[in-house]
Design a protein around this ligand. Sequence first.
Ligand code: ZN
Length: 315
Amino acid sequence: MKENFSTQKELEIINTFATAPLKEEDVFIFTVTLCDNEVDRDFECFSTDTISTLKELFIGKTGISDHSMRSKDQCARVFRTYTEKNGEKTSYGEDYIALKARAYMLRNEESASLISEIEGGIKKEVSVSCSVNKSTCSVCGGDMRHHSCDHIKGRYYNSKLCYAVLSEPTDAYEWSFVAVPAQRNAGVTKAFIKKEETYLHNPTEIIKSLSTEKALSEGEITSLREHISALEEKAHEAEVYKSHLTQEIERLALIAMPKVNPAGFISACKSMKLTELRDLRNELDSQVREKMPASLQLRPSVQPTKSNTHNAFKI
Ligand SMILES: [Zn+2]
C-alpha cells in the first residue's frame, strides 16, 4: 500500500539508481498506473498475486516515450511501486487493485516536452511488458498456454465469460507511454511479450494458422525458426548423400557399362529422387558384382555377399 514519502526520502531512493548524485531540481517525479487486476480488452487479467510479484519486478525498470527501443527514448525509471485499492470490485467480483509506480526523469532539453505532456495529462497511459508462466482459463481452470481446453477468450459459456488469468510472472520489461489503452480502467494498457505466453508449439499447427489473419507471437516465430533450421539441416544432409550417391553411380556405371557415356547418367541423376538414386546404385552395384571376380569386389568387408550372409557381422 502507498506510504507517504517525503521528496527527500524519494531522492534518496532515486540516487540509489543514479550514477551521479541528483538534486530535487534535476529530476521530474511523477506517478503512473502500470496495470490492474481487471479483465482487459484482450480478455486477459492479472491475478492479485501476479500484481504483487510485478510490484517487485518493476522496480528500476525503464519507461520509454514510445514503443521504439531507441535509447534516446528511454526517458524514465521506476524507483518505487505500490498497490492501491479503490474500494471497488472487479467484473469478476474481487477487490480491484492497481499497481502504481513512482518514476523519475532527468530534467533537460530533450525531456522538456514529454515532461510538459505528462504534467498536462496528455501522456498518462502506459503499457507494460512482462512475461508470465501461467495462463489459466477462467471457465474451467485449464492451462491456456497448452490448449488444454477448447474455451475461447471473450466468449460466454453458461453466461460465464472466458478470459485468461495470468499468473507466475517471471520478468517485467520496459513500460511505455502509448496513445491507445488496452485495459479498461484508468487508461492503462499492457502489451505482452508473448515469449512465455499462450502460443502454438507445433510448427505444423503454426503453419496451418498462417492461413488465418492471426499475427504470430514471438514464441511461434521461434518455434518456426527452429523448425526451418532443422529442415535446412536435413536438406543439407540429403544433398550431401545425393552427391555421394551420384559419384558412386558414375564410378559403377563406368565399370558396368563401359561403352555408355557416364555424362548422360549424371545429368539424369540430377532430377532423380533419393530412393531412385539408391535403387540405381544398387542395380549397378549388383551388375558390377556379377561381372567382377570376388577378389575384386568393391566393398567386401561391409556388405554381406551371398556366400557370407550368415556371418556378415562377425568380426
Ligand atoms: Zn477452459
